[in-house]
Design a protein around this ligand. Structure first.
Ligand code: GDP
Ligand code: IMO
Ligand code: MG
Length: 421
């Protein structure tokens, strides 16, 4: 697919995260002029394989590996400045240039401070002490940083990079002084000065790019089933992820977003706690986890594994206005036997069909998946043609969701994939 000019394309995870967004962004970045992160923080871990070298991005947009592509971090992101500094060095050490001509960070992005990380831990412990299941966060301070922003008491990049503003911010926010001593403040001043050249008005930059007919990509993080409003609340992350919220995280008009590519795996995974009707708790799930190397990129936790949930996918396809689907990791299912698809939900006790997407933890507890099996496949394509059995699976996904599958990933490497239609 060639990216269209004069419009922005959004790449969005359609499951519980880790669908392969990093790989797709890297593939699309070959044609892109700029790639922007718009929400979340370093709870994201996006993996890219280029010629046998593995690169994982957390805050850095995945377009960074394409030398002609500029990258930016929008106002909607929560930035841990120490992690960003580390990531800049790490990517440079792998032979890619990361200078202020390429990377920009919005003045208005919120800063994750060390005490946010502690607060993340405290909140999780509190939950488990109240006979409520932990959320199973990544422990990176994401939720507390967004909470501080909502309280309008958080530090932003604009203050971080200006020593006078930073000192005055601390003097007027006793909560911060309480949690940070002068050594911690000095470290912040130092990292702020390091990041200073990168901090700009990313919204203005993105709008200028669009006005100049440049090809712009928005890199979603997490997956829509973890959206703070529309996901499996409260077992979600703390930002909105759905397509409607993404232009806001960058500061561009919603109508400038004309393509929304939903990324799915041919099966599904989830890290952390929360409802997961499609989960396979048996040997099949265990085999799939091993074969798909399903261990968290950020925390190393084993991912729970299940079938592809078409019932949820079609709901979220509509909610996000998907124009295309990218199908990843189908190669993991090669030679695996019959492949399941969740085609509906029913009530565990009454066995009646559930027609509305569940809204509460109590409703989720009642859900049992309706699973349909299709023939498995041994190969994905022969002579650049999809094999008949795999094609049938792809068509089933398209028919159920009413969205065309336009990209099939054939492996983790950058050049393993094909565009359809
Ligand atoms: P992201 O967070 O959505 O970017 O996904 P992650 O990087 O956390 O997890 C996806 C994993 O699947 C990574 O290890 C990728 O290298 C890998 N991957 C992506 N696409 C494919 C594919 O088509 N086949 C295989 N076997 N692995 C893939
Ligand atoms: P990418 O971009 C998978 C999950 C956590 C936890 C919940 C809340 O790599 O797809 P948080 O630390 O955000 O408060 O944790 O959200 N989570 C992810 N799961 N992939 C991600 O990002 C995730 N980011 C957050 O595991 O269940
Ligand atoms: Mg990931």
């Amino acid at each position: 697919m060639k990216l269209q000019k004069t419009c922005a394309t959004l790449v969005l995870g359609m499951q519980y995260g880790d669908e392969g967004k990093g790989k797709l962004i890297d593939v699309l970045s070959e044609d892109a002029d700029a790639v922007y992160r718009v929400q979340g923080g370093h709870n994201a871990g996006h993996t890219i394989w280029v010629d046998g070298q593995k690169i994982v991005t957390h805050l850095m947009p995945s377009g960074i590996l394409r030398s002609k592509c500029k990258v930016g971090i929008g106002a909607g992101v929560v930035v841990d400045p120490f992690i960003l500094k580390e990531e800049i060095h790490n990517i440079e050490s792998k032979g890619y240039s990361v200078d202020a001509n390429r990377l920009s960070v919005d003045y208005r992005a919120s800063v994750i401070l060390p005490y946010h990380k502690n607060m993340d831990h405290i909140k999780e412990t509190e939950r488990s002490q109240h006979a409520v299941q932990k959320i199973g966060t990544t422990g990176k301070g994401i939720g507390p940083a967004y909470a501080s922003r909502a309280y309008r008491e958080n530090l932003r990049m604009a203050e971080l990079i200006d020593e006078t503003l930073l000192r005055s911010f601390f003097a007027t926010h006793p909560l911060l002084t309480e949690h940070m001593d002068s050594e911690a403040l000095n470290k912040l001043i130092e990292v702020g000065q390091f990041l200073k050249p990168f901090v700009k008005d990313v919204s203005l930059e993105a709008n200028a790019n669009l006005r100049a007919n440049k090809r712009v990509l928005l890199e979603g993080a997490q997956g829509v089933m973890l959206d703070v409003s529309y996901g499996t609340y409260p077992y979600v992350t703390s930002s909105n992820l759905i397509a409607g919220s993404c232009p806001g995280g960058l500061g561009i008009a919603p109508w400038k977003l004309t393509e929304v590519i939903g990324v799915i795996k041919a099966y599904s995974t989830r890290v952390g706690n929360g409802p997961y009707p499609a989960e396979l708790k048996d040997k099949i799930g265990e085999d799939l986890r091993k074969k798909g190397h399903e261990f968290g990129t950020v925390t190393g936790r084993p991912r729970s594994v299940g079938w592809l949930d078409l019932f949820s996918l079609s709901y979220f396809a509509e909610l996000n206005g998907l124009t295309q689907l990218a199908l990843m990791k189908s190669d993991v299912l090669c030679g695996f036997g019959p492949v399941g698809l969740v085609v509906g939900y029913k009530n565990k006790d009454t066995h009646q069909d559930i027609t509305r997407y569940p809204m509460t933890t109590q409703e989720w507890a009642q859900v049992e998946p309706i699973v349909e099996f299709v023939d498995g496949w041994d190969e994905l394509c022969v002579n650049d043609e999809l094999t008949a059995k795999f094609k049938k699976f792809v068509h089933r996904v398209e028919k159920y969701t009413n969205v065309p599958v336009t990209y099939i990933s054939l492996g983790a490497e950058r050049d393993e994939g094909m565009w359809l239609h």
